[in-house]
Design a protein around this ligand. Structure first.
Ligand code: FMN
Length: 146
């Protein structure tokens, strides 16, 4: 009984810790996105890896923590995502405090798709009228790398 209680307590503490870590990471990432910088979006194509970019300030974070990115072109990125939806994204800012002083950034792993209708697309279109689609990224992990 005592052992069971201890296990339960540890599990709950672990979950709370995880949740707190998650919030700390998310807040830091939101802070980075408030500062301008270049975002790199890597996909895998038949001919090898592919990189596209956006700006930090263009990345919209939904209430359920998905990323929405305006696609004006990104045709190769779309073709790649149709075959393999795994994306890697890096983003950073020198103006946000990192592990060693000013400068921080993240490596985000996610699953992507291009969305051309619905509320996510409408949100992107309202902010970026030139967007032909929203690149939606469901975040699998986000690691602070600096
Ligand atoms: C700093 C920077 C920001 C960019 N922002 C966007 C963007 O928000 N949306 C977009 O479609 N392309 C953007 N581009 C262009 C893309 O990186 C990419 O070259 C273009 O969309 C073609 O994509 P593709 O190679 O997947 O076909 C940006 C390029 C740079 C250098």
């Amino acid at each position: 009984m005592l052992e069971n209680n201890l296990t339960l307590t540890l599990q709950i503490k672990f979950r709370l810790n995880k949740r707190r870590d998650y919030k700390v990471i998310l807040d830091k990432m939101l802070d980075v996105l408030k500062h301008e910088g270049v975002v790199a979006i890597a996909t895998q194509g038949e001919e090898g890896p592919h990189l596209a970019n956006t700006w930090n300030s263009y990345v919209q974070v939904t209430p359920d923590d998905r990323l929405l990115i305006p696609a004006g072109s990104m045709n190769t990125t779309e073709k790649n995502v149709e075959k393999n939806n795994q994306v890697l994204i890096t983003l950073g800012s020198r103006e946000v405090e990192g592990f060693h002083g000013p400068g921080t950034g993240f490596l985000v792993k996610g699953n992507a798709k291009f969305v051309t209708d619905g509320s996510d697309f409408e949100l992107i279109k309202s902010k970026f009228p030139w967007a032909r689609a929203a690149l939606e990224v469901k975040v699998i992990s986000a690691k602070q790398t600096l």
